[in-house]
Design a protein around this ligand. Structure first.
Ligand code: PXL
Length: 284
């Protein structure tokens, strides 16, 4: 059987684990070929490590795509992550136009916000463009803040189950086939994800233990594990469960190891779990 292949389109932050420095090792550890289109090169991520360098690579995206097209390359999934500007959003869409066809999945993590606020450099205009792009996706993976920005509404810190169910339906109303909403919590010591399938309206929830603190790059870790497991097994709920488990495990390792949380999660010791999961097709 041909090896599965995912291409991920996001930035290369050279220090402070996130985006490509998480996605590539995670996808590889899952036994899937990891290809990438770096959208920018930054000295660090933008989450509290001071003023970072930023070299924009928007102009390189279509030449890379055209070269790949000339080689006849095909992907099992196109996974879009942090895109950083409205121009990049357009280029990522043009890239998806070229490579999302037939059985190729379009998985979008609409990275732009957390804890009720847009990340540095993002605008409401970007959120509108991202909402449009999400309409074309097979799966979108917003956190609760991103969900609010995608729908152009106030972020809610307090909510109940009926709010989440309504949010899932309205997010699916943007056009995506499946919605995986992250950062959902109905009990203080539990955190997890809600999975909605617009084909049959089914909603499923998975939770893990909540570890207090803010851990940079966990959304990228979740989306990368999800993409790998979903491409391999085709079960969105199993993929979300594996992603939640891997994220929780990595956060626990980070806390055990101590150190500066801005530097990212200590996910590397958890990669063998993912490799075993992929081999045995069992849940973690
Ligand atoms: O983890 C998301 C992310 C990715 N890439 C860059 C970021 C962030 C979050 O802040 O700054 C450059």
């Amino acid at each position: 059987m041909r090896q599965k292949r995912i291409v991920t389109v996001q930035d290369l932050s050279c220090f402070g684990k996130c985006s490509l420095t998480i996605s590539l090792p995670v996808i590889s550890a899952a036994g899937i070929e990891a290809c990438c289109v770096p959208t920018a090169v930054l000295s660090t991520h933008t989450g509290g490590l001071g003023k970072c360098t930023y070299r924009d690579l928007t102009e390189d995206i279509m030449p890379i795509a055209r070269h790949w097209q000339s080689l006849g390359l095909e992907f099992d999934a196109v996974y879009l992550g942090y895109l950083g500007s409205e121009r990049l959003l357009e280029s990522a869409e043009a890239f998806a136009d070229m490579f999302v066809r037939g059985d190729t999945l379009l998985i979008i993590d609409p990275v732009m916000a957390d804890n009720g606020r847009l990340y540095s450099g993002f605008t409401p205009g970007f959120a509108e463009g991202m909402a449009r792009l999400c309409g074309r996706a097979d799966v979108i993976l917003p956190n609760l803040t991103e969900a609010a920005f995608l729908l152009g509404e106030e972020y809610r810190e307090r909510y109940d189950r009926s709010y989440i169910e309504d949010l899932l339906r309205r997010l699916a109303g943007l056009g995506a086939k499946k919605v995986v909403l992250t950062g959902v919590s109905f009990e203080e010591n539990k955190l997890g994800a809600a999975v909605y399938d617009s084909a049959d309206g089914e909603m499923q929830f998975c939770f893990t233990e909540r570890v207090n603190g803010y851990f940079h790059g966990t959304g990228d870790l979740f989306a990368s594990v999800f993409s790998a497991v979903y491409v391999k097994h085709g079960d969105a709920f199993a993929a979300a469960r594996a992603a939640a488990e891997m994220t929780c495990l990595s956060i626990k390792k980070t806390v055990e190891a101590g150190g500066d949380q801005r530097f990212g999660v200590y996910f590397e010791p958890c990669l063998p779990h993912l490799a075993r999961l992929m081999e045995t097709q069992r849940d973690i």
